[in-house]
Design a protein around this ligand. Structure first.
Ligand code: TYD
Length: 268
């Protein structure tokens, strides 16, 4: 998180662009489970807000009252009998709702929308993961969103080992998709690897194996045409990046201490 030391960036101009959603900007984030999207989405959100942008941060499935109810159904591990077709249609229903209720109005107001997963997740999880027709999923995505496509998609990739660790070591790994097994997640990650070649101008890969600030810089570089000030090396941006690493180190120490305490008490 960016703390108070980070000075107000002041209102910064956006890059010139023939944007599909002008006046707003629509950015989605994708990647396998455990890719570590949320830290970076929140960090980008805080940077953009300090630069005077209205930011709308949402997640899929969810982000609306109907979408959150659908999320509870689709992720509930008790729903073992759910068919892949039903799963896809639940994701698409949640997507239709959030697109019309939240995303389009925000883009029309001129906001920057940061979306944690969007249509590409259905191609990877329900297409490659569940083996449903890619052609049908593309049509369903277009139907649910009224052909809305993000201006940019950041595909976060952390490597197989890290992905597995991030996914299974998480103690709250209790949702239906997280429990789908290693072979399922290998197919999903394979699909994400192939995705950028289908739309290289939109889908940009960011590796997450280095420091948090390195990942953030890589994300900023992929958004440089939209928000040039993110990459101009200004002291405010540099200070925020240092704070990001510092707060991550701090949370690591706290998590490490909690793990050690849990080990001592044999409560695992
Ligand atoms: P979430 O807890 O938001 O996962 P993450 O933090 O990894 O984004 O749960 C969403 C799950 O739903 C995640 O496992 C990916 C999956 N999903 C699909 O299978 N299809 C989709 O279209 C979307 C949007 C998500």
């Amino acid at each position: 998180m960016v703390d108070q030391r980070t000075a107000e960036l002041g209102r910064k101009p956006r890059g010139a662009r023939a944007g599909a959603h002008a006046p707003g900007v629509f950015i989605s984030f994708e990647g396998g489970d455990g890719a570590g999207k949320s830290t970076h989405i929140r960090f980008l959100e805080s940077m953009l807000e300090q630069a005077g942008e209205e930011v709308v941060r949402v997640r899929e499935p969810g982000g609306t009252s109907i979408g959150e109810q659908l999320r509870a159904i689709v992720l509930d591990p008790a729903n073992r009998e759910m068919r892949g077709e039903a799963e896809l249609l639940i994701y698409e229903a949640a997507r239709a709702q959030i697109t019309s209720e939240v995303i389009r109005p925000a883009l029309e107001r001129g906001a920057v929308v940061l979306c944690d997963r969007f249509t590409d997740s259905s191609l990877a999880y329900q297409g490659a993961g569940r083996g449903l027709s890619e052609e049908f999923i593309r049509a369903a995505n277009a139907f649910a969103t009224g052909n809305l496509v993000p201006d940019r998609t950041i595909l976060m990739r952390c490597g197989d080992k890290q992905e597995k660790k991030g996914r299974v070591s998480s103690r709250e790994a209790t949702d239906r998709l997280e429990r789908a097994g290693d072979a399922f997640h290998a197919r999903v990650n394979g699909a994400f690897d192939r995705l950028p070649s289908t739309d290289p101008a939109r889908i940009r890969v960011v590796e997450t194996s280095g420091k948090h600030s390195d990942t953030a810089r890589a994300i900023f570089a992929e958004l440089a045409d939209l928000f040039p000030w993110l990459c101009d090396g200004s002291p405010e941006v540099e200070a925020a990046l240092q704070d990001l690493d510092a707060s991550h180190r701090k949370s690591h120490v706290v998590a490490g201490a909690a793990d050690a305490a849990a080990e001592d008490m044999d409560v695992r």
